[in-house]
Design a protein. Structure first.
Lengths: 322, 257
């Protein structure tokens, strides 16, 4: 009989922490375990918000004011808590920081680890997860064996739960945690509130767009379609023309709109992985051989600088008629 | 200061050429060609650029089957000085903990090294935990997901971490482990001459005395390549011809607002 009696959850991002409580509550109930969440250096109002969603215990750790919680710091804190609580399962938000923390914990505990999981359950097989592999071409279902495991769950897979709990609040202060990686500067991005995972229609743009100014054209099309704007990885990560939250694909967000319009996107596997649950996919691309045409419902082979204005015109006329 | 840099390279199945049975979703690896994991080109490119600036050496380290030699030669053609292949037949069945253990053993014999560069993830599994496991087990600092990276005069490495919520500039003493995102650089394409010269460079193959342990904690139950069948109705011709056809179809689908 295992003495491991809890599910421990953590993310450096409070919104992700909140989402994790949906799955932590469910798993802890199905296995008759307690659910413990860890928060590090959260402002009081966020700590308070999170607490209402944690089933049994919130360990709220303070380091020093204004200390950025790096993965190294988070690991050092979690290591102490894991030593004490000996959880059956550790759930981490699968952000870039989160994956680093997950790896360190799995190394420390010498246990199984899975990152970027889109599904997690205890069933007759044991602890089972699903995650994408091979550029999103494949979904792997796997079992994590052993009396402990670390699982990093993709953000925005689980909905935030209703606030309904009054857990034990366990406040702690940790000092003098030795760190090898030092933070010199932090530039926070202004995160947009638009959540593409919930958008009904998305117009998405890729490398086919020649200049940043031409985003105006895409913006107009999105307005005509009452759609949100997304993009492929290069536009957000390389060029920085659009915010990172709008990057759709395996390493970005995965979307499931009713209508997805890909403009000037070639359609590499990694991008397709992010749109595979869309109901209807439309592609506009100048290259007839682009892989996007193998993965769309309707496509137009043509120059986006001719097709998109024509499409805007036609949609406007259609609206005027009705 | 001259830098001895180690770059991790992985030979993987080409994900674009996996064979998937559309009806059953069954995935077959039989006859699927291998390739150098896409993101590893960025790690190697960064190592080569650092070496150009500071001098030193670039050694690539690969764990995998004999076929990995194809990818390793590509690395040598890009400009790596020498390569090490640790031969294991079953790398896909090994845990990251086990792969890390083998790498760490090898690091000992590569002393003195200053920087170990990994990519943001393997283009096959994209688990992305290997650098953090190596860092945790060895105690070397880890600067992960860097989109820029510099070696400073005082023997430290500084870089910008590209995170979901912003950029964090971090610094640590060498020797250090870093992972880089693919936006950090544009990998070079070797010339024919470099490709030919690469066959003369040193590739040391090590066969482990003990069999590498298979992962006892992670068991794949199934792989499914099932994907939604799309209609694939493609319109060509001028925009004036194709756009009305598209709009018509979207109206019939009830997809317009």
């Amino acid at each position: 009989m295992s003495s491991r009696t809890s599910v421990l959850s953590y993310s450096e991002d409070v919104d992700v922490s909140v989402e994790l409580q949906s799955v932590a509550t469910k798993l802890s109930e199905s296995m008759n375990l307690s659910s413990i969440a860890v928060a590090i250096n959260l402002p009081p109002e966020e700590n308070n918000k999170l607490s209402k969603m944690v089933k049994d215990e919130l360990i709220s750790v303070t380091i020093r004011e204004n200390t950025l919680v790096t993965p190294e710091l988070a690991f050092q804190v979690l290591k102490r808590i894991v030593d004490e609580k000996k959880p059956r399962l550790i759930i981490i938000g699968s952000t870039r920081d989160g994956k680093e923390v997950a790896g360190m914990l799995a190394s420390y505990l010498d246990c199984g680890v899975a990152t970027d999981c889109s599904f997690i359950a205890f069933d007759s097989n044991g602890l089972v997860i699903q995650r994408a592999a091979f550029g999103g071409r494949v979904v792997a279902t796997a079992e994590l064996i052993g009396d402990s495991a670390v699982i990093a769950v993709r953000p925005h897979i689980y909905h935030p739960p209703e606030p309904r709990f009054t857990p034990l609040i366990n406040k702690r202060e940790y000092q003098d945690i030795p760190l090898k990686v030092h933070v010199e500067n932090v530039t926070r991005k202004i995160t947009s509130t638009a959540d593409l995972t919930k958008a009904e229609r998305i117009v998405s743009v890729g490398r086919g767009l020649k200049r940043k100014e031409d985003l105006e054209l895409i913006q107009k099309l999105a307005e005509e379609l009452s759609a949100s704007i997304g993009c492929s990885r290069p536009l957000a990560a390389d060029l920085g023309w659009l915010p990172e939250e709008t990057h759709i694909g395996l390493t970005g967000v995965q979307v499931k709109p009713k209508l997805y319009v890909a403009v000037g996107i070639s359609g590499q596997l990694q991008h397709i992985a992010g749109i595979k649950d869309s109901e209807l996919v439309v592609a506009i691309n100048i290259d007839k051989g682009a892989p996007i045409f193998q993965n769309c419902d309707y496509g137009i082979v043509g120059d986006l600088y001719q097709v998109v204005p024509e499409l805007i015109k036609t949609l406007t006329q259609l609206k005027d008629k009705t | 200061m001259p830098l001895n840099i180690i770059v991790l390279l992985k030979h993987i199945y080409d994900e674009n050429q996996l064979k998937v049975n559309q009806a059953t979703g069954e995935v077959s690896f039989q006859g699927v060609p291998g390739k150098l994991s896409t993101f590893d080109r960025n790690s190697l490119e960064e190592a080569l650029r650092l070496k150009q600036k500071s001098g030193g050496s670039v050694t690539t380290l690969t764990i995998g089957p004999q076929e990995s030699e194809k990818s390793i030669r590509e690395g040598l053609a890009m400009g790596a000085d020498r390569a090490i292949l640790i031969k294991v037949p079953n790398v896909l069945q090994m845990s990251a903990n086990e792969v890390a253990r083998i790498i760490i053993n090898q690091l000992e014999s590569l002393q003195p090294w200053h920087l170990l560069i990994a990519s943001e993830g393997g283009a096959d599994t994209y688990t992305s935990v290997l650098p953090s496991i190596i860092a945790q087990k060895t105690g070397f600092p880890l600067l992960s997901y860097l989109k820029s990276l510099d070696i400073l005069e005082d023997g430290t490495v500084r870089g910008d971490r590209a995170l979901e919520r912003g950029i964090v500039t971090v610094k640590a003493k060498l020797p250090a482990i870093v992972s880089v995102v693919s936006e950090i650089n544009e990998p070079r394409i070797p010339t024919l001459l470099q490709i030919m010269a690469s066959t003369k460079k040193e590739l040391k193959t090590i066969v482990l005395e003990e069999q590498a342990r298979e992962d006892k904690y992670f068991k794949i139950l199934s792989l499914s390549g099932k994907s939604k069948e799309r209609k694939r109705i493609i319109f060509e011709g001028s925009a004036q011809e194709s756009v009305p056809k598209l709009v018509d179809s979207l109206l019939k689908e009830g997809a317009l607002p």
